[in-house]
Design a protein around this ligand. Structure first.
Ligand code: NAI
Length: 248
């Protein structure tokens, strides 16, 4: 898709855009011509990111997506500085892995509040404007773990499966206003989140992935860009895995 600028003139929010998959998505949307708002907990890192993005009009915002009021304030700031938000990518996510019996209350509530609550907070904060304009695309970054479950990740799997329900419900509520909502479910992607995996674990994982390799952020970005753009205008409520065939 390089060379085309199908998102020119529009603003796009990417939560968790300071590194990993979100950083790749911010780059892809900037390449498509969008003015990108990189929203992350670590605002300073996000500042460094926007300096590297193609084009102009990008900005960084420090915001904890688990904080509903902060999300509302951030969206208002984005809209006054960068214009109406046409694309929202809910990518911010965390893991707090442990077996069910050892999960602490905090491990459960923080993962649900960030991964699921964060997407809800951002959707609620942007949807009114999108409804008024009768246009918008929301992409939730979920996980194949939300489809398959995973021992040691009950909190994370529940948050991502919840996001699948949120995606379909929002798609049904907002389709008549020309707002689409889809989910992209990555498999194992090489980022800070997966850097703690031991070599033996990676080898084990590769055996479960028909493509025989872990993914790169770049494997996910093209699909997000496509879903944000006009060519995906009749696609809504879908969960699309990007996982080298792992979940099929
Ligand atoms: P990462 O850990 O490298 O980056 C996470 C980003 O989210 C960072 O920018 C961080 O600042 C931000 N973030 C975390 N909590 C936040 C909060 N409360 N408020 C605002 N920003 C917050 O993660 P990675 O690997 O790039 O993952 C991105 C998304 O993709 C996550 O939703 C993750 O669950 C999902 N995913 C990742 C996979 C992988 O193998 N790396 C596989 C499947 C899904």
């Amino acid at each position: 898709m390089t060379g085309r600028k199908e998102l020119t003139g529009s603003a796009a929010i990417v939560t968790g855009g300071s590194r990993g998959i979100g950083l790749g998505i911010a780059g892809a949307l900037a390449e498509a011509g969008a003015r990108v708002a990189v929203v992350a907990r670590d605002g300073e890192k996000a500042e460094a990111v926007i300096a590297e993005l193609e084009g102009s009009g990008h900005a960084a915002y420090s915001c904890d997506v688990a904080d509903a009021k902060a999300c509302k304030r951030t969206v208002a700031r984005v809209e006054s500085a960068q214009g109406p938000v046409a694309t929202l990518v809910n990518n911010a996510g965390i893991t707090r892995d442990n077996i069910v019996l050892r999960l602490r209350d905090d491990d459960w509530s923080q993962v649900i509040a960030t991964n699921l609550g964060g997407a809800f907070n951002m959707i609620r904060a942007t949807a009114r404007g999108m409804m008024k304009r009768r246009s918008g695309s929301i992409v939730n970054i979920t996980s194949v773990i939300g489809l398959m479950g995973n021992a040691g990740q009950a909190n994370y799997a529940a948050s991502k499966a919840g996001l699948h329900g949120l995606t379909k419900s929002v798609a049904k509520e907002l389709a008549s206003r020309n707002i689409r909502c889809n989910a992209v479910a990555p498999g194992f992607i090489l980022t800070d989140m997966t850097s703690a995996l031991a070599d033996a674990q990676v080898d084990e994982l590769k055996k479960r992935i028909p493509a025989g390799r872990l993914g790169e952020p770049a494997d996910v970005c093209g699909l997000v860009r496509f879903l944000a753009g006009p060519e995906a205008g009749y696609i809504t409520g879908q969960i699309i895995a990007v996982d080298g065939g792992m979940a099929m």
